[in-house]
Design a protein around this ligand. Structure first.
Ligand SMILES: [Zn+2]
Length: 412
């Protein structure tokens, strides 16, 4: 990408992550601000996606599958570039924990979370903005309840209302983003600052029988997110027709600030290479399930591969037990699928069963194809398996490196 190759004198990076923003809901005025790409999210929820954006590795290599996993020192990519002032700020997310102490901060070993205006140059500033995260149309402080309560409330209403509220959230996030751009202008650093607008994953808004939120299953609504590179020398209104991936951000941005990578990553430097396909992974739930035999038995695991027009999803788990487990959750438990159950209460049982089946198919089928990917199923499977084999060896090597590091520390 010549445009990125020609960027010179960039000293500061601001990455604004509008949480849960799907590609097809990205405001045109944001896409028009610079060079935009449809982007493959590495995972379907915050904990596993952020590490990919920051260190260029897909989840099977970075190893953050749950909120309890952490990135060890040396694996925190952009958040530990030497000679840079680093900030990771969560002003509108994790509001009960504070902007410097969110659950994502814990994954990254608690980096500082200074305000953009308080940062000294050169800096790398990353922000997780509430974006299109539930509850839609409200800040976390404003809504009296959690996402489950929100989906229960809006599940009783017409689906149009849910989409309206989601759009309100996106407008709010856009306003907040513009505030950050204004700050950069006021600091007088537009020329030496590259701004990246992106999202960690998309959001389901009642598709596939009534699925809402994010986390699973991989589908275009969750996997396709936007990335926009913004700088005064980058032409506006450019939407590229190839995809990029979360994992490309780290190598690309490192090259732009003139830093060499000290290891091979999964992503490529976009100023020199154009990726054709991207992968997305999800393994397990939000917390570890060790010791809970039954939960482990029905643990959710999926691998998927995407190009610009579609993708292949492979559910790599005990499909029948998982289907029964999800059926049980939908039918008897009041969590996780509240929007689906509330929406379907207004339908007769024939339509209701058909919608439940549709949702279960998307959540559990061994193979599902979305859109019109140019990849054939067997090739898609082969690429994924090849990557997973490589990741297994990588994990072993990483463990070995950490053990050696520990010996060195203990030795001192
Ligand atoms: Zn998120």
């Amino acid at each position: 990408m010549d445009v990125l190759q020609n960027l010179e004198g960039i000293e500061n990076i601001m990455i604004y992550v509008s949480d849960s923003l799907r590609w097809d809901f990205t405001p045109k005025k944001i896409l028009d601000m610079g060079l935009s790409f449809k982007t493959i999210a590495s995972s379907l929820y915050t904990a596993s996606s952020f590490p990919s954006m920051v260190n260029g590795l897909y989840p099977p290599k970075h190893g953050v599958d749950t909120w309890e996993d952490k990135l060890s020192k040396g694996n925190r990519g952009l958040l530990e570039v030497s000679g840079y002032n680093i900030s990771f700020r969560c002003e509108t997310t994790w509001v009960s924990m504070g902007p410097e102490d969110s659950q994502v901060h814990r994954v990254f070993g608690k980096p500082s979370g200074k305000k953009l205006e308080d940062l000294k140059e050169p800096f790398i500033y990353l922000e997780d903005d509430k974006g299109g995260h539930c509850p839609y149309g409200f800040s976390f402080e404003e809504y009296d309840g959690d996402c489950d309560d929100f989906f229960k409330e809006y599940g009783k209403k017409d689906r149009k209302k849910l989409i309206e509220k989601y759009s309100e959230s996106i407008s709010e996030s856009t306003k907040n983003f513009k505030k950050r751009l204004k700050t950069i202008e006021e600091m007088g650093i537009e020329d030496n600052t590259l701004v990246v607008f992106t999202s960690d994953h998309g959001e389901l808004l009642g598709e596939y029988g009534g699925l809402a939120g994010h986390g699973k299953p991989p589908c275009p609504e969750l996997v396709y997110v936007p990335t926009v590179f913004i700088h005064p020398t980058i032409d506006q209104n450019t939407i590229e027709d190839n995809i990029i991936r979360h994992v490309d951000l780290f190598p690309t941005l490192m090259n732009i600030i003139g830093k060499k990578l000290d290891r091979k990553v999964d992503g490529v430097d976009l100023s020199h290479e154009t990726p054709k396909v991207g992968m997305s992974f999800k393994k397990g739930g939000f917390l570890k399930k060790e010791g809970q035999k039954l939960k482990k038995f029905v643990s959710y695991k999926t691998n998927s591969i995407w190009d610009h027009d579609g993708g292949h999803v492979f559910h790599d788990m005990n499909n029948l037990p998982r289907r029964i487990f999800d059926w049980y959750k939908i039918s008897f438990q009041d969590t996780g699928y509240r929007y689906l159950t509330e929406q379907n209460k207004k339908h007769n049982w024939v339509k209701r069963i058909s919608n439940y089946r549709k949702a279960l198919d998307h959540l559990t089928k061994r193979h599902i194809e979305y859109g019109s990917s140019s990849l054939k199923k067997e090739v898609a499977r082969e690429i994924l398996n090849h990557y997973l084999d490589e990741a297994e060896k990588y994990e072993e090597r990483d463990k070995l490196n950490r053990a050696i590091e520990q010996v060195n520390i203990d030795g001192v």
